[in-house]
Design a protein around this ligand. Structure first.
Ligand SMILES: Cc1cc2nc3c(=O)[nH]c(=O)nc-3n(C[C@H](O)[C@H](O)[C@H](O)COP(=O)(O)O)c2cc1C
Length: 180
């Protein structure tokens, strides 16, 4: 159970963003307090109201125009654990190189909470040397990479790149929180 645990969910702009809504629901069912940061691209795939309704919390997206003076540090300190699902190759590349260009990347760089990253993209993007290089950097930095799974991708293609199933991600969240 994740009763009262404060979990920050970052959602980036891939087709699998719809699976993040289910992940938020599963975390909420376990009793977690879930807050969501969406990237601008993520909002092209799923509306922020969906996550707000599922979590009962307003969704964060803006570094400068929200109600908080310093949203990235507030969220970074609030979180006991951070999950980015789905994680685009763009997010992976930015984080691996320490680029803080939006609210999500600023928060990821500002937090000391453990971080789980669930990549999701087409096989060609996943297997690209740049993506593999960046994922290796994130692993080396101590972050937990979950998936991607192999299977059917958007458009009917087959191969590695599917976001790990929400249940598998919840299992890793429980494991990391249990081990302090
Ligand atoms: C229809 C469509 C689907 C996309 N799916 C993915 C995806 O699954 N994974 C990925 O890495 N990028 C995907 N992209 C590209 C990202 O949306 C793009 O790189 C964007 O800049 C990511 O921004 P973000 O990382 O800030 O969310 C997709 C783009 C389109 C138009």
């Amino acid at each position: 159970m994740l009763s009262g645990r404060r979990i920050l969910l970052g959602v980036t702009g891939g087709i699998a963003a719809y699976k993040a809504a289910y992940l938020a629901r599963r975390l909420g069912e376990q009793g977690a307090d879930v807050r969501v940061i969406m990237t601008e691209a993520a909002e092209r795939f799923v509306g922020r109201q969906t996550f707000a309704a599922i979590t009962g919390n307003p969704v964060e997206r803006d570094l400068f125009d929200g109600t908080s003076v310093s949203p990235h540090t507030d969220l970074a300190r609030w979180a006991e654990l951070v999950v980015v699902a789905p994680a685009t190759t763009n997010l992976i590349g930015r984080l691996a190189n320490g680029l803080a260009s939006d609210l999500l990347t600023n928060t990821l760089l500002a937090t000391r909470a453990p971080l789980i990253i669930a990549p999701a993209m087409h096989t060609e993007m996943w297997e690209h040397p740049a993506t593999q290089r960046n994922v290796a950097v994130l692993r080396d930095d101590g972050h937990e990479i979950v998936g991607p799974d192999s299977g059917e991708l958007a458009g009917g293609d087959l191969g590695p790149g599917r976001m790990a199933e929400p249940e598998a991600i919840v299992a890793v969240v429980e494991k990391l929180l249990e081990h302090g």
